[in-house]
Design a protein around this ligand. Structure first.
Ligand SMILES: C[S@@+](CC[C@H](N)C(=O)[O-])C[C@H]1O[C@@H](n2cnc3c(N)ncnc32)[C@H](O)[C@@H]1O
Length: 253
């Protein structure tokens, strides 16, 4: 583990938690992206689900969430039963072997990578999943657009501290080689989907700028007005080479 980076990541996520507290703050993500994502994951209500690095989300009936940030867990407890929200790191899971049908890791893997915890975390996910269990991943797509965005963000971080729902000081890219690494821990890709095309992403960036300049209320108004257009654009242009994110379903072998 890279201890200094790990500690900094906890600090950054504690600071970012305020962006997750109210789902109205991120209607694009909640009403378009998350809906599309979970439809793709196709999780049965009866299945036992672990939301790994789950942040602040409304949990399904049989879901449990783990996150290492105190603030995220506080927020999670405010909208779910407290016992379903566990504080801890995904590289050392406090759960029995073979206890989950599904592990969901949304926006988690590139953070695990920078913390030097990719191998341990994959072993833990393998251990707690039941035979043939699913590992559902949402992370950066393997094309030029997220790479470019990554390089644009770096100088911006020198000007101001990360102020967003996904950015941290030590952020790294998520590459095909990382997917190969996950596979090597006993998983096989079952399905893959690309999402958040560059037009939709531009609308998100535009509202972030509004939020930065005029505050949250202005950003929410802009998002609400542009929502129908965002939905149409996202539906039509979700090709691999146009998208900044991807969802992968992997099966435990
Ligand atoms: C990009 S956010 C995604 C949150 C949530 N999955 C979602 O889709 O809204 C990444 C989350 O992973 C958590 N996280 C990062 N590293 C972690 C670790 N080693 N153990 C547990 N949680 C971690 C962060 O605190 C943060 O809540």
């Amino acid at each position: 583990m890279k201890q200094d980076i790990y500690n900094q990541e906890i600090k950054d996520w504690d600071a970012n938690a305020k962006f997750y507290v109210n789902e109205n703050f991120m209607p694009y993500q909640e009403k378009i992206v998350r809906k599309k994502m979970y439809k793709f994951y196709n999780i049965d209500k009866s299945q036992a689900v672990l939301e790994a690095g789950g942040g602040i989300v409304k949990l399904l009936k049989n879901s449990v969430l783990i996150d290492f940030s105190t603030k995220m867990i506080e927020g999670c407890k405010s909208i779910n039963q407290a016992e379903k929200c566990v504080q801890g790191s995904v590289h050392d899971l406090p759960f029995e072997n073979n206890s989950f049908d599904v592990v969901v890791a949304n926006g988690l893997f590139h953070h695990i990578k920078v913390q030097g915890l990719l191998d341990k975390t994959c072993d833990e996910f393998f251990r707690v999943l039941k035979p043939s269990g699913k590992l559902c991943i949402f992370d950066r797509a393997p094309n030029l657009v997220p790479k470019l965005m990554f390089y644009v963000r770096q100088p911006l971080k020198l000007i101001h501290k990360p102020k967003s729902t996904c950015s941290t000081t030590n952020e790294v890219q998520f590459l095909e080689s990382d997917i190969e690494k996950i596979i090597s821990h006993g998983f096989k890709i079952e399905k893959r989907m690309y999402l958040i095309n560059i037009f939709f992403q531009s609308m998100i960036i535009l509202t972030n700028i509004f939020q930065y300049l005029f505050g949250a209320k202005a950003a929410i108004i802009v998002q609400r007005i542009s929502m129908p257009l965002a939905m149409v654009v996202e539906k039509i242009f979700s090709f691999k080479f146009l998208c900044v994110e991807q969802c992968i379903i992997m099966k435990k072998q």
